[in-house]
Write a protein that binds this ligand. Sequence first.
Ligand SMILES: [Zn+2]
Length: 741
Amino acid sequence: MKKLIYLLALLCTATGCSTKKEEVIKLVTNGESSYTIVIPPDATPVEVRAASFLHDHILKISGADLPVVSFGETLPEQCIYISSDPQIVTGDGFSIATAGSSLIIKGGIERGCIYAVSELLERYLGVRWYSPDYAVIPQQNSISLPAIDITGSSPNSYRNVNGAFTLNTDYKDFNRLHHISDMFADRYFVHTFNRLVPWETWFAGNPEYFSFMNGKRIIDQLCLTNPDVLRLTIEKLKEEMALQPEKVFWSVSQGDNFSYCQCEECSKIIGEEGSPAGPIIHFVNRIAEEFPDKVISTLAYQYSRKAPEKVKPRENVQIMLCTIELNRSIPIANDPGSKSFITDLQDWGRISNHIFLWDYTVDFAHSISPFPNLHTLQPNINLFVQNNVREHFQQTNTGTGHEFAELKAYLLSKLLWNPEADAKEIIREFTDGYYGKGGKWIRKYIASLERELKESGERLDIYGPPTNHQNTFLSEKNIKRYSRFLEKAEKAASGDRHHHLHVRTAMMPLQYAIMEIGKNDMFGPRGWYREVDGDFISRPEMTSMLESFYQTSIDCNSAPVNESGLSPEQYYTSTKRFIDVQVKGNLAFRKKVIADPPPAEKYSGGDLSYLTNGVRGASDFKVHWLGWEAQNFTLILDLEEVTEAKSIEISTLWEQKSWILHPASVACLVSEDGTDYSLLGKQVVEGDQRQEDVTRLFSFDAWGKSYKYVKFEVEGTLRLFDWHPSAGGGSWVFVDEIVVR
Ligand SMILES: [Zn+2]
């Protein structure tokens, strides 16, 4: 402590002798520098990081290799002094000031020193980290700085733009972002009930530990009024905390489903508190009481989003409030449909001063598709901040190739740091820097998308396909206009290989939308084929778009196209399969199919003609697939006349994240009269389907048979396997094109 006071006194003296505005620091002259970067003798990891961050950038900019030294008896005459200062009120705040010919950087005790360096690099040296792969570090032989006397701080103490980008430490530090591990214990971030009291261990012997619903116990959630559940949770946390003693934040939170316990005791509390959040907060408070030095985090999510009426979360309870249900086309505050969320936000704000806001800002089912919500980001962040939220989790799941991922993450990082910043100017600066001469056309594209969406008055859904908007902001006419902007952007940016690739990457979402809309209307005006006299001729502009999309995805090293992890390559392959229409020589084409029981109506309208329309299902389960939930079923195809066709095929889909598995088995039978069937074969899917191909073809050999009817007996797995996050839940079987040749 003594040392610290001494240092502070010395620095005050140094700052005290600070002088006139016009004074400049000649940091580097012709690649040489007489400056030293100085940190305290017992420097913290943050001070060390700040010094090396500055050192590395100055080296890259100018070639000057400034020594980094620990503070000795006296400060060197020309130095950049970096140290944390507990007197700076916010942990991430900072000050930068010239003092004589030196520069004094002080940071709040969290990460203030690092952010001071990023401010210096950004504001005075023109450095930008637009993406982990693309930083602008202007080269200059000499660096001089004007007289500086600035401070910086953010109202927000935690700023997470979640996704792959923040795995790059330079990107993350420069843009002042956090990672999950900056706050939470490893594996204790969210949805932890089953980690704390695993059903695999306890359900068989003690079903009463789990949720009671519709007359029986199920594994989905815990019964939070059961005293043994409380005891087991505390015991488990004690064990886990011993392994990560330095971690403060521990999540005790509901599973990702709606099946909360409705036993007599739980229901009583739900009734008294007016919300299923009631039993959760009572439960979590007891745990927080047990661990006064820790923060226990819990969800206010879906069924628990409404605040309880009586119980208040303890001081050391963090409420993770989630916006998953909301519309994204207009700011939350302006949306009548989001009123109940604002009420919930205010209600939680009244009983807790520790809200962690979990917001959703992209399309998770179609990550590479137009999602014009940039204009909503600032008003939404402001709404949260005005309601006393200081911790922000923006679930953007950013990955290269995703719609404006770099821009969105950049804008969010700036707004989370300073909610009052000029969003328009940030977008302008980013688009000019990232797309070069293509920037102004990209801005026109963005503005045009936003205008058309606004005009449509439509909702923007975080799981919505582009076909939702095919007659509005993604109409044929609008897409033509967007395409013109993007073509101009591409041409303008062609002189710089980085800018050019960035523009091509920005073109992928529109290409994706065009291709997906085309799949929805294969033989129609926007489809992949033209029907000419009963023949189907593929449109070359569509197939070349698929090739271009795929090539760009390789060049930019694109992340998966959806939350389920479908890779661009899988998308390419399944699209090729989809557009390989089964018309010529396919005896099943446009023949009648009956099903027992019928498929669910919510997919492709349960319309069985999809099974013989000549088009195979796409990678998206909502396109051209029929689904059956947790049941076995039979399909009968009527070929209208007796045939001796030699092969019979049917396909199924695997998309475990959406609870869709391949069937357990498919049997194929044929008959001439529709009464007596003979079995061609039965194919079984082995194993627990942890990893499977997205589509699976069941192909049967019908050599030497003559038949008019084909019957498939499909057995589902009925339940999700133990490895699945929703193990035990009802699984789906999705079936598409039947082909007979
Ligand atoms: Zn219960």
